[in-house]
Design a protein around this ligand. Structure first.
Ligand code: FAD
Length: 399
C-alpha cells in the first residue's frame, strides 16, 4: 500500500469496486480498501449464489427514499443496459428468471470476478483486511493536494477524494458495519433512522404455530400494505411468512399495521366460487379450495372461516365470508426477522446534502457517499445492485 492516492474508496463491495474501476479507468490513482478478508461478499451470496445483478425494467419507482427524485440522475446515466453490456463483455451467461430479474447462469463468483478484473485492468489497487481507525480532513498544500488523512491498522494513507461505500447494516457476519453512518455524522450529515428491509415477517402465539404446520407451502398472491402491492409468491415458514411478495412488502410495513393478501389475484373470486357451486354442489369447501391451494392450506383457511360444509350448503353470509377471506386475508405480523437475514437496510445518509450528479457531499468537499449507505433502497429483483453500479459509476466518473 502506497502512502498517497488521488482516490480512496472505503468498501470493496458492489458500489465501491464499480467506483474504483471507473475512477482508475480515467487515470486516477485509486485504492479500494475493505476490512473483510474477501471482496464483494454480498455479491457472492446474492441471488442464492447466482447474483440477480440487475433488472430489465428499472424505474425510479422501484426505489424507496425520503427524496424519491435523488436516484433518477445516476440511474439514467448508467442503466441496466450498460451493466448488461459489461456482463456480456466478460462472457458471463445469464438468464431472466422472472419479472425482468437477470441472474448468472453459473455463479455469482462471475460478477465478483468481473469487478475484480475491471479494477485490475484499470489499475485500481485493492487492499483487504484494512481497518480504518480515523479520518481527518487536512489542508491541501502545493506538494501534497490530499484533503484526507486516514489511520488504519496497516499504516497511514492520504487522498484527495474519499468515497464511502461501506453499505448498510444487513448481515453483520458478512462484514456489514455502521461505519459509513459514523463518517457521515463526523462531517455533519443527517442520517435517516435505519431498519431492516427485504426481510421475512415474524408472527407469535397461535398464528405462529399454525404457520409452522404449513411451513414449505407457497401461494401466488397479491400482498398489500398502505398503497403498495406486490403480486408474487408468499411462503409459510417456521418463523412466519417469507417469499418474494412478503420480502417486498416488508420495506413498507411498520409494526402494528395490517397486511392484506389477495390469495387468488388472477381470478374473479365471486364468479369462481359461484361456478364451482353450480358445477360441483356436493364438493366440500375444503376440496374446492384444494383445487387452488395444497390440502393443508385449504384446511387451514376452512378452519379460519369456521366453515366445513358442501358448497351447496353455503348460505349468503358464509359465501361472503369465503370471498372476503380469499380476496382480503388480513394479517398482523409481530415483527421483522431483522438484520441477521435482511437483504438491505432502509434509511441511511440523507441525500439532500449529496449531489445527485457526482455523489459528493455538499458539506465536505472531496467526500463522496455511494451505494446502500445512502437513503436509497431498491425493491427485490436486482434493483439494489443496479443502484450500486449506477451510483458507483456516477461518482467514479466525476472524480
Ligand atoms: C443475502 C443477500 C442477497 C442479496 N441478493 C441481491 C440480489 O440478488 N440482487 C440485488 O440487487 N441485491 C441483492 N442484495 C442486496 C445487495 O447485496 C446490496 O444492496 C449491495 O451489495 C449494496 O452494495 P454496496 O457496495 O453499497 O454495499 P456492500 O456490497 O455491502 O459492500 C460494502 C463493503 O464495505 C465493507 N465495509 C463495511 N464496513 C467497513 C469498514 N468499517 N471498513 C472497511 N470496509 C467496510 C464491507 O466488508 C463490504 O465489502 C442482497 C443482499 C443480501 C444480504
Amino acid at each position: 500500500m502506497d502512502k498517497s492516492y488521488q482516490v480512496i474508496v472505503i468498501g470493496a463491495g458492489a458500489a465501491g469496486l464499480m467506483c474504483g474501476a471507473t475512477a482508475a479507468a480515467k487515470g486516477k490513482k485509486v485504492l479500494v480498501l475493505d476490512h473483510a478478508n474477501k471482496m464483494a461478499k454480498k455479491v457472492l451470496m446474492s441471488g442464492g449464489g447466482r447474483c440477480n445483478f440487475t433488472n430489465l425494467y428499472v424505474e425510479p419507482d422501484n426505489f424507496l427514499s425520503h427524496n424519491p427524485h435523488f436516484c433518477k440522475s445516476a440511474l439514467s446515466r448508467y442503466t441496466q443496459w450498460d451493466f448488461i453490456s459489461l456482463v456480456e463483455k466478460h462472457g458471463i451467461d445469464y438468464y431472466e428468471k422472472t419479472l425482468g430479474q437477470l441472474f448468472c447462469k453459473t455463479s455469482s463468483k462471475e460478477i465478483r470476478d468481473l469487478l475484480q478484473k475491471e479494477c485490475q485492468h484499470a489499475g485500481a489497487s485493492i487492499q483487504l483486511k484494512c481497518e480504518v481507525n480515523t479520518i481527518e480532513p487536512i489542508e491541501p498544500t502545493e506538494e501534497n493536494p490530499s484533503r484526507f488523512k486516514l489511520t488504519t491498522n496497516i499504516g497511514e494513507v492520504d487522498c484527495n477524494s474519499l468515497v464511502i461505500a461501506t453499505g448498510g447494516l444487513s448481515i453483520p457476519t458478512m462484514g456489514a458495519t455502521g461505519f459509513g453512518y459514523q463518517v457521515a455524522q463526523q462531517f455533519g450529515h443527517k442520517i435517516y433512522p435505519t431498519r431492516a428491509g427485504l426481510t421475512p415477517l415474524t408472527f407469535s402465539g397461535k398464528q405462529l404455530e399454525e404457520f409452522k404446520s404449513l411451513a414449505g407451502n407457497s401461494i401466488e398472491a397479491m400482498v398489500s400494505c398502505k398503497d403498495q402491492s406486490f403480486k408474487e409468491a408468499i411462503l409459510f415458514t417456521h418463523k412466519g411468512l417469507s417469499g418474494p411478495a412478503i420480502l417486498q412488502i416488508s420495506n413498507y410495513w411498520l409494526p402494528g399495521e395490517p397486511i392484506h393478501i389477495n390469495l387468488m389475484p388472477n381470478v374473479d373470486i365471486d364468479s369462481w366460487l359461484a361456478k364451482n357451486r353450480a358445477g360441483h354442489p356436493e364438493l366440500s369447501l375444503k376440496n374446492c379450495l384444494a383445487k387452488v391451494f395444497s390440502q393443508a392450506v385449504a384446511s387451514y383457511f376452512c378452519q379460519l372461516l369456521g366453515i366445513n360444509c358442501k358448497l351447496k350448503q353455503l348460505d349468503h353470509k358464509q359465501t361472503a365470508q369465503v370471498v372476503e377471506l380469499l380476496a382480503n386475508w388480513t394479517i398482523y405480523p409481530s415483527g421483522l426477522e431483522g438484520y441477521r437475514v435482511a437483504e438491505v437496510t432502509l434509511g441511511g445518509v440523507d441525500t439532500s446534502e449529496i449531489s445527485s450528479k457526482t455523489f459528493e457531499s455538499k458539506r465536505q468537499p472531496g467526500l463522496f457517499f455511494i451505494g446502500e449507505v445512502l437513503d436509497v433502497t431498491g425493491h427485490l429483483g436486482g434493483f439494489n445492485f443496479q443502484w450500486a453500479w449506477a451510483s458507483g459509476h456516477a461518482a467514479g466518473s466525476s472524480l
